[in-house]
Design a protein around this ligand. Structure first.
Ligand SMILES: [Mg+2]
Length: 177
């Protein structure tokens, strides 16, 4: 179980993930988390920064499809899809494999062609690893989140620390935004 909480790489922000690196390892589809990954928690699409929008454009130019997979409310998730011109799946919670499979089927990608980007080990990274995808951890945007998530963060930090002390956790790349 613990190994499934280890991401392949860790970047400070979504838009700092080099698109060329994804192309080099054969990625054709990217599944992105919404809250605290694409935008700060509970914010609307207007909070997607210019850097984020340009990163999405670079993915598109590289022929990489993008799909949001979020545990958030369906209508809010769909509003992001419409505003940013990307696909979206909501309604079945991560880390269940169903929403990841759905996203891959929408993008027409296999697990080895798919990267999963998110800020939580127990939902995004666990679900992505269980689905056989390449996993990318990002640092959450801010401290504001569900009460439940705050508790999970304590456990996350402990596990991260233990794995880091054993040299099993990737180094964080990208500068603080
Ligand atoms: Mg999140």
């Amino acid at each position: 179980m613990q190994n499934r909480l280890i991401p392949n790489i860790w970047y400070e922000r979504l838009w700092q993930i080099p698109v060329n690196d994804l192309v080099d390892i054969g990625i054709k589809g990217v599944i992105v988390d919404l809250d605290n990954t694409l935008v700060p928690w509970k914010k609307d699409p207007s909070y997607a920064t210019i850097e984020t929008r340009e990163w999405l454009k670079r993915l598109e130019s590289a022929g990489i499809d993008v799909c949001i997979v979020s545990n958030g409310g369906s209508s809010r998730v769909q509003s992001f899809a419409a505003e940013l011109g990307i696909k979206a799946v909501a309604g079945v919670p991560k880390p269940r494999r169903t929403p990841f499979r759905k996203a891959m089927s929408l993008m027409g990608t296999s697990p080895t062609e798919t990267a999963v980007v998110g800020d939580q080990l127990f939902t995004d990274i666990l679900g992505g690893n269980r689905s056989g995808c390449y996993t990318v951890l990002v640092t959450p945007h801010d401290e504001k989140e569900f009460f439940y998530t705050k508790i999970v963060r304590i456990l996350e930090r402990r596990i991260k620390k233990r794995l880091q002390s054993k040299g099993q956790f990737p180094e964080r790349k990208g500068k603080k935004a």
